[in-house]
Ligand binder design. Sequence first.
Ligand code: DX5
Ligand code: ZN
Length: 238
Amino acid sequence: MEGSRDTVKLAPSILAADFARLGQQVTEAEGAGADRIHVDVMDGHFVPNLSMGAVIVQSLRRVTRLPLEVHLMISDPDFFLDEFVEAGSDAFLVHWEGNNNLHRTMQRIRTLGKRVGVAINPATPAAVLEEIVPDLDQVLVMTVNPGFGHQKFIRTTLPKIGQVRALIERRELACELEVDGGIDATTAPLVVRAGATALVAGAAIFGDGQGVAAAMNRLRAALKDSEHEREPAERAAR
Ligand code: DX5
Ligand code: ZN
């Protein structure tokens, strides 16, 4: 089974938001049916960019009921977990790369009562998830190299999305398959067809001149259209 277009989740990434109007933009995303808010945390060390800390989560917690998922692109995620939990985070996405004790980090997140996700970079094979996927709520396949918004989708990640989907299906796990980077109305149908069930989108949602709601509608419409294109042959085969 692959990701169903009807249930594909949208996670707007506030990295592309206008920070002077952050609360308003997140409220708009919530009103337009966002499933959760994606918060990109960068330390200038794990990735060559700085972004935001727990204080942003704390402020957002007051303006939205949506789950706040925190993507930690930092060298020592364990060090910051408590702070982010206190601020109101609901889920953590930690990287496979550079963590010699990844399973311990996963266990700590679980102990803190939060959803656990592991992210893999474009150069990292799906196979590294083999041993840990039963203990995950989410996998995050990076479809750009982490560190910046507005980057071009890396097409060679598509077969890997399929491999991760197969890994999840083979074990009949409920694990979500989320993708992150360069997702727009053109690439969204490709990743969903490959097996993604949740999409992070920054520029395509907050960088749209017509506003957040219009941008989200466009993404959903693209997914719907691509489903119609596939009819009837592929649908019949399901
Ligand atoms: C990249 C971040 C992404 C980023 C996606 O390092 O992890 O979440 O905000 O932004 P877009 O959708 O603009 O590629
Ligand atoms: Zn991210």
